[in-house]
Structure formats: structure tokens, C-alpha cells
Design a binder for this molecule. Structure first.
Ligand code: HEC
Ligand code: HEC
Length: 274
């Protein structure tokens, strides 16, 4: 009989030991999950959003520290550009009066952008020939509303109506173009030509020419790069990369310029123009 009892007792002990082990394991897992959910993850996520560890842990437990105190989320997000290409705007730009624009340009713009659309100072002022009417209108519209900051033209556009802007766009877009294909420059580095014509798949960089038509302005609101002054192109790429120019819809140019190396930005179009 006693021989019968022995295995029964050890089975009971074994199952108790098993129950204790399982409970201990479940407890340990619960503690680890708790630590992960309430301490490790909040602290790590807190670091990326600028919260200190204590605040992050308090928030994980639901202890209210109002969201406004999070420095990054308190910034109001402004739209990149308020230019909307609805049919009314497209029609207005198409109907711009080039003769009225010419008179206005003579009075207001010619000191810097010469009557032929070239620059009075190529080191800082861009050429406004070769750009499509939509490209010119969008930049003027954005500058007027402060979405693109331009110290040189600040205030000047306050006096002008949207009709004035479409007239100016009509005038400048009809001036003869200086169309130069980047491949025509011997001085341009082979890497720049590859970037312009093929892009770089490894950095998810599309070819510049996919958007910037190589022989003419546009399409649509995309400005022409060919025929533009190198110094201006370099300053704009630097401004997009630094985020000081941010009126590009969907951040397209900011993303692209941010991937270019400083040497690529400097060398890109840094070649003498005919
Ligand atoms: C005092 C000099 C000055 C005057 C006057 C001036 N501009 Fe400008 N303009 C500039 C400068 C400088 C820039 C480039 C600013 C920058 O680097 O972002 C510029 C940029 C532009 C651009 C953007 C071109 C591009 O490729 O994005 C357009 C369009 C333009 N001007 C049109 C005009 C028109 C139209 C007038 C007259 C209403 C005018 N400007 C008057 C100096 C001037
Ligand atoms: C996905 C389309 C796209 C691609 C690809 C692209 N761009 Fe742009 N780029 C734009 C648009 C759109 C604008 C005008 C943004 C705005 O409204 O300010 C612009 C503006 C620019 C400007 C400012 C021009 C001016 O007159 O103010 C420069 C310089 C420029 N791009 C250079 C480049 C270079 C260099 C590359 C290739 C490395 C490139 N872009 C590739 C769409 C593109």
C-alpha cells in the first residue's frame, strides 16, 4: 500500500512545483510587460518627442500632463503654399494681360529684373525668362502672402492685386527663353548630368528632369533650371535643404535638396552659362 502512495505524493508535489514555476513565470512576464509598456516604451518615445522620462512615465499611467506642454506639438503647422490650382486660378493665369504686365514691370520690377527678364545682379537676382506663367504666378502669390520669404521684394507686392500678378506672369513668361540643355555644358560634372537625367535610385532621388523640363519652363508651376543663374540655383537648393524656403507643395524640393551633398549642391549647376 505504502508503495502505492509514494508515486501519488510525488505526483502531487511535482504538479505543485510545476504550478509554482508557471505562476512565477507568468508573474515575471507580467512584470516585464509592465516595465516595457509603462517605463521603457514611454521613455524611448518620450525622447523622440522631447518629453523627459518622468513626464513620459506619468503619461503612460494616465496621470494628466496636458499635451500643450510638449514643445514640438505646440507649433501651429502652416501650409507650404496657399496657391490652389483650381479652375478659376488656372483661367486667371491664362488670361493675364501681358501689355498691362509690361507697364507694371517697367515701373516696379525693372531695377532688379531687367525689361528683358535677365538679372541686373546675377549673383543674387534670378532670371525671370523661361519660366512658365504658372511658375511666376505661384512664386509671386507665395511671396505676397509671406509663404516664401524674399527680403528684396518684401512689401513691394502688398500694393499689387492678384490681377496685377497674373499680368506680370503673362509678361515675363512671354519673353524669349534662354533654353540651354545641361548636357551642352562641358563644365558640368558627369555626376551632375547623371543626377539631372537619371537621378540616384540608391537615395530615392528622381531625375531632376522628371519635373524640370530640360529645354523649356514648366511643366505647370515647375520653374526652369536651364538658363537660370548658377548662384541663384545654389542658394535655392541650400534654402530648401535648410528649410528656410518651404513654399514647395508636399515638400518635394525640401526632400530632394536634403539628400544632396553640399558638394553636389555647389557643383550641380555651377558652370558658366553661355
Ligand atoms: C530690389 C530688387 C528686386 C525687385 C525690385 C524685384 N525683385 Fe523679384 N527677386 C529679387 C530677388 C533678390 C529674388 C530672389 C530671392 C531669393 O533669393 O529667394 C527675386 C525673385 C523673384 C521671382 C522668383 C523667381 C524664381 O525663379 O523663383 C520672381 C517671379 C520675381 N522676383 C518677380 C518680380 C516681379 C514681377 C517684380 C516686380 C513686381 C520684382 N520681382 C521686383 C529682387 C527683386
Ligand atoms: C518631383 C518633382 C521635382 C524633382 C524631381 C525636382 N524638382 Fe526642383 N522643383 C520642383 C518644384 C515643383 C519646384 C517649385 C517649388 C515651389 O513652388 O517653390 C522646384 C524648384 C526648384 C528650384 C528653385 C527654382 C526657382 O526658380 O526658384 C531649384 C533650384 C530646383 N528645384 C532644383 C532641382 C534639382 C537640382 C533637382 C534634381 C536634383 C530637382 N530640382 C528635382 C519639382 C521637382
Amino acid at each position: 500500500m505504502s508503495t502505492d502512495n509514494k508515486p501519488a505524493t510525488s505526483t502531487a508535489e511535482a504538479s505543485r512545483a510545476f504550478a509554482v514555476t508557471v505562476s512565477a513565470a507568468i508573474f515575471a512576464i507580467a512584470v516585464m510587460v509592465g516595465l516595457l509598456g509603462f517605463v521603457v516604451m514611454p521613455v524611448l518615445e518620450g525622447q523622440t518627442t522631447g518629453l523627459d522620462s518622468f513626464t513620459a512615465i506619468c503619461r503612460a499611467f494616465g496621470i494628466g500632463i496636458p499635451a500643450e506642454q510638449n514643445a514640438r506639438s505646440s507649433k501651429p503647422s502652416a501650409p507650404a503654399s496657399s496657391t490652389a490650382w483650381d479652375s478659376a486660378t488656372r483661367n486667371d493665369v491664362r488670361r493675364g494681360d501681358a501689355a498691362a504686365g509690361a507697364a507694371l514691370a517697367q515701373d516696379t520690377c525693372a531695377a532688379c529684373h531687367m525689361p528683358n527678364g535677365l538679372s541686373a545682379d546675377p549673383a543674387s537676382v534670378p532670371s525671370t525668362t523661361g519660366l512658365s506663367a504658372r511658375a511666376i504666378y505661384k512664386q509671386l502669390h507665395d511671396m505676397k502672402r509671406g509663404e516664401r520669404v524674399n527680403e528684396a521684394m518684401k512689401g513691394m507686392l502688398d500694393e499689387l492685386t492678384d490681377q496685377n500678378l497674373t499680368d506680370l506672369a503673362a509678361y515675363y513668361s512671354r519673353l524669349p527663353r534662354r533654353n540651354h540643355d545641361i548636357r551642352a555644358y562641358n563644365e558640368v560634372t558627369p555626376n551632375a548630368v547623371v543626377l539631372a537625367t537619371k537621378g540616384d535610385v540608391s537615395r530615392a532621388l528622381p531625375a531632376c528632369e522628371a519635373c524640370h523640363n530640360p529645354t523649356a519652363g514648366g511643366p505647370l508651376e515647375v520653374p526652369a533650371l536651364t538658363g537660370q543663374y548658377p548662384a541663384y540655383i545654389v542658394t535655392q537648393l541650400q534654402a530648401y535643404a535648410a528649410g528656410t524656403r518651404k513654399n514647395d507643395l508636399y515638400g518635394r524640393m525640401r526632400r530632394i535638396a536634403g539628400k544632396l551633398t553640399p558638394a553636389e549642391i555647389a557643383a550641380y549647376y555651377d558652370a558658366p552659362r553661355p
